[in-house]
Design a protein around this ligand. Structure first.
Ligand code: CUA
Length: 168
């Protein structure tokens, strides 16, 4: 059978496309270093016993290194705890976020922090903050009747005003 030159070319190109698609999807799923999905390898928590958890039982911010802070955050219908989350300027903040009930979202507006919050799992994300300022935090996964009201606050305060906790 004779196959026209152009037809061969198109066959070849479409084959290449298919290989490309498969490669892209595979890379995105397992290979890409900068992309992390909701943490399925990390810590898990029992959403029904969050009150007893050593960190999430009394969520807040703690110092973990020179200019490094860990912020434990619980999302629940329809608040984030603590609120506000207070951290000092010029620091690196790693958020550990979990849910006490249903799936929520956690997005620190104006930063690259954005994750789903799944009950039983701990989402981990790190943000660098510099100048003192306030960032809104929003839930961007529909979680019930007051979803649209579910918001929090990240307060970056001057270093000399920071008191080392989540209290005002
Ligand atoms: Cu929580 Cu929407």
């Amino acid at each position: 059978m004779h196959i026209h030159q152009y037809e061969k070319l198109w066959l070849g190109l479409s084959l290449l496309l298919i290989v490309g698609f498969v490669a892209t999807v595979t890379y995105g799923a397992v290979g890409a270093p900068a992309i992390s999905m909701v943490d399925d390898s990390g810590e898990t928590v029992d959403p029904n016993a969050i009150g007893d958890h050593p960190k999430f039982g009394d969520p807040g911010v703690e110092k973990v290194g020179e200019n490094e802070y860990a912020a434990y955050v619980v999302a629940r219908q329809f608040i984030f705890q603590p609120d506000p989350i207070v951290v000092p300027a010029n620091s690196t903040v790693t958020f550990y976020v979990t849910s006490a009930d249903v799936i929520h979202g956690f997005s620190v507006v104006g930063t690259n922090a954005n994750t789903m919050v799944v009950p039983g799992e701990v989402a981990e994300l790190t943000v660098e903050v510099d100048e003192p300022q306030e960032y809104g935090i929003i839930c961007h996964e529909y979680c019930g009747r007051a979803h649209h009201d579910m918001e929090g606050l990240l307060k970056v305060v001057p270093e000399d005003e920071y008191e080392g906790g989540d209290a005002e």
